[in-house]
Ligand binder design. Structure first.
Ligand code: UT7
Length: 320
């Protein structure tokens, strides 16, 4: 019998502090008009001092487990996608496992920046389809506010903190229908935090750097390509999708992607206006929002898409 993995629960968490564009305009040379016109972003949530990715992941995971009607001890595999881990090691996934009060199940982080959740979901799907595990918790959790240069208006206004989580379970029907992952390391320079720690010092820069226009063009092209690749795996066309949930980086990238698929904007889930770009957390956050507000319903086909530093990109086609 074919085994599929099905999303049986979702959850998300945003830190309490909400920072609007107008708030930012009081501390840097920017404006609500510029940020909204270029990105669609209106506000972002920023983690409190001492609040780490594993703390955000914990809240999102508890909500996902509750919606699945499961306990942490029921989970066979924990994957956390993050580029802002609590520590160099141990992994944020191991810290999350401990905070959840579970033991024994394998736990590891995936580092694929804004594609991290789609990478993690694909890995978990393979483990479940192979029969090795019956359930998995996949989380995207980020505190990008910690790696932003708050004096650099070209990047500081774009990102926010948050977490999203899904619980996957083995099932006799789909579930995850198709997935595709890619990377092009030759493009690593267009979006990076090119720093490291050596001998107790930061070598290079600990701040996010980006060639915004290069990222924009790359993202729009590969999101279409990888979306079509996953559709072809199932013999589907874009019109068969009920909801398109791309990585929430910029509303102009989202709208351009929907247009390339010939999809009406009403099929696009947009949360970037409320959350800004939360990197690996953005896709599960948007999914959870669209499930909780009743847009995504059982049986709907959704396309989840990631794209980001590395460069990395991928898509997962899911039947809810
Ligand atoms: O997860 C993936 C991560 N990143 C992305 O997806 C980002 C992709 N790229 C983008 O979203 C866009 O390229 C940006 C939103 C980053 C920038 O938009 P743009 O239309 O490409 O603007 P630009 O970089 O060409 O800048 C236009 C102007 C410049 O001024 P001049 O040189 O024309 O006088 C910038 O200095 O806007 C200026 N500018 C700002 N002005 C007010 C840049 N940042 C700001 C700002 N407020 N925050």
């Amino acid at each position: 019998m074919t085994v599929w993995s099905r999303i049986v629960g979702t959850g998300s968490y945003l830190p309490a502090r909400c920072v609007t564009n107008a708030d930012l305009a009081r501390t840097m040379e920017t404006s609500d008009e510029w940020i909204q016109a270029r990105t669609g972003i209106r506000q972002r949530h920023i983690a409190a001092e001492g609040q780490s990715s594993s703390d955000l992941a914990l809240e999102a995971s508890r909500a996902a487990l509750a919606s699945a009607g499961m306990q942490a001890s029921d989970i066979d595999l924990i994957i956390v996608a993050t580029s802002t881990p609590d520590f160099i090691f141990p992994s944020t996934a191991c810290l999350l496992q401990s905070k959840l009060g579970a033991k024994g199940a394998p736990a590891f982080d995936v580092q694929a920046v804004c594609s991290g959740f789609v990478y993690g979901l694909t890995i978990a799907d393979k483990f479940i389809r192979s029969g090795q595990y019956k359930s998995a918790l996949v989380v995207g959790a980020e505190v990008f506010s910690r790696i932003l240069d708050w004096n650099d208006r070209s990047t500081a206004v774009l990102f926010g903190d948050g977490a999203g989580a899904v619980v996957l379970k083995a099932d006799s029907g789909p579930g995850i229908m198709a997935s595709a992952l890619h990377a092009d390391g030759s493009q690593s320079g267009i979006l990076s935090v090119p720093g490291s720690i050596c001998g107790g010092k930061v070598i290079g820069s600990p701040f996010l750097q980006m060639d915004g226009q290069a990222v924009f063009k790359f993202a729009v092209r590969v999101l279409e390509e990888v979306g079509r690749e996953t559709l072809a795996q199932c013999g589907l066309v874009a019109g068969d999708i009920d909801w398109l949930i791309p990585h929430q980086a910029n509303v102009r990238i989202l709208e351009a992607t929907a247009k390339r698929f010939g999809l009406d904007r009403s099929k696009l889930v947009v949360t970037v206006d409320q959350h800004a770009n939360t990197s690996a957390a953005s896709v599960p956050l948007a999914l959870d929002c669209a499930i909780r507000d009743g847009r995504v319903k059982p049986g709907h086909k959704i396309m989840l898409q990631g794209v980001g530093g590395g460069f990395t990109w991928g898509a997962v086609l899911v039947q809810m």
